[in-house]
Design a binder for this molecule. Structure first.
Ligand code: COA
Length: 345
């Protein structure tokens, strides 16, 4: 009997802006310190896109180009571009349309997907369904955010957390049993106000008043987001393991959204995973919102082998959260630009 068609990740590409914002830099901007930031979050530095003429579409385009080059696939062979982002270049046109044009994906359609820090997870599912259904052969799924453009650098409770970055994956059909195998996804709009940017949409268009009220910046009740994120990510990861009868020994890596090291540790504990099975790069990049999961996949690419079971898990504004069981499809050691050891050095 032929196996079912699933969507395999066949390449990963990323873009990280060169400028770094360290904890020492933040100490000079707000009343904080390196020890507090590291012990509460695990973050040491983040990347910031300083060039104001560039934004999320630029980073997405660079990541998409790198991804297609590694796959050996031409942009004109891409069928669809999905950009998960909370910081689109403009409300419209969609960032995906800018990327489609910039890379020369002349036959592709595309759209943006808004699910905050769960954006990449939800976009991966959406892209996978386009491939599984037989509708498309090549879908680019991008997670990208220029968080520095919506962060209030006078608010010490949030400005220490976020950074900028982008990652792209190419999805192609396979029948070899690898790829996106199962997902659990959730939303709970009742938690919306705990993590939001109140201004800039149709409810509160920009006015002098909204600017004076700092309504065009991210606002967060960190403590309540933390509580909900710990249970949401851990429950979703446990659920996907249970219903697919995956034990801790079956899982090669947890690929967690990088919001806070303590949330990641709690999720790993719930799954029964030792720390060597958990992708963590929050110390280098902070929370890049939709960028975190593909940035992890890229950093660990050299370690990944066909058949490795990965559990991706995320939690974000909305609230939105979920987990995905992904069986890895290719030998990352043959294509990764850098080894994990080089990246961590
Ligand atoms: N530097 C120093 N002190 C700070 C600080 C900073 N950057 N930010 C807050 N504090 C202070 C607070 O004012 C508070 O002081 P008080 O006790 O005198 O009132 C104290 O530190 C503890 O604050 P609290 O908010 O309880 O800290 P916390 O342990 O919850 O950590 C976060 C704060 C934001 C790191 C944490 O709540 C968190 O990570 N939340 C989730 C954020 C998140 O994941 N967002 C994205 C969702 S995907």
């Amino acid at each position: 009997m032929p196996s079912r068609t699933t969507a395999a990740i066949t390449a990963v590409g990323t873009y990280l802006p060169p400028d770094r914002l360290t904890n020492a830099d933040l100490e000079a901007m707000v009343d904080t310190n390196d020890e507090w930031i590291q012990s509460r979050t695990g973050i040491k530095e983040r990347r910031i896109l300083r060039d104001e003429s560039k934004a999320t579409a630029f980073m997405s385009t660079e990541a998409a180009r790198a991804c297609l080059e590694k796959a050996g696939v031409g942009a004109s062979d891409v069928d669809c571009v999905i950009v998960a982002t909370t910081t689109p270049d403009t409300v419209f046109p969609a960032t995906a349309c800018r990327v489609q044009d910039a890379i020369g994906a002349t036959k592709a359609w595309g759209f943006d997907l808004s699910a905050a820090c769960s954006g990449f997870l939800f976009a991966l599912t959406t892209g996978a369904k386009l491939v599984e259904s037989g509708m498309h052969q090549r879908v680019l799924v991008i997670g990208a955010d220029t968080m520095s453009r919506i962060i209030d650098y006078t608010d010490r409770t949030s400005c220490i957390l976020f950074g900028d970055g982008a990652g792209a994956v190419l999805l192609e059909p396979t029948t070899d049993g690898t790829g996106v195998l199962d997902v659990v996804h959730y939303s709970d709009g009742s938690g919306g106000e705990a993590l939001q940017m109140p201004g800039g949409g149709s409810l509160m268009p920009p006015t002098h008043g909204s600017i004076d009220a700092r309504a065009h910046y991210l606002q967060q009740d960190g403590r309540s987001v933390f509580k909900k994120a710990v249970t949401g990510m851990a429950d979703a990861a446990a659920e996907i393991m249970e219903r697919n009868e995956l034990g801790a020994d079956d899982v090669r890596y947890l690929v967690p959204h990088q919001a806070n090291l303590r949330i990641i540790d709690a999720t790993a504990r719930r799954m029964g995973l030792s720390s060597d099975k958990v992708m963590v790069n929050i110390e280098r990049y902070g929370n890049t919102t939709a960028g975190t999961l593909p940035l992890c996949l890229s950093d660990w690419e050299s370690e990944l082998r066909p058949g490795d079971n990965l559990v991706l898990a995320a939690f974000g504004g909305g609230f939105t959260w979920g987990a995905t069981w992904l069986k890895w499809s290719y030998d990352g050691s043959t294509v990764a630009e850098k080894t994990l050891a080089e990246l961590s050095a």
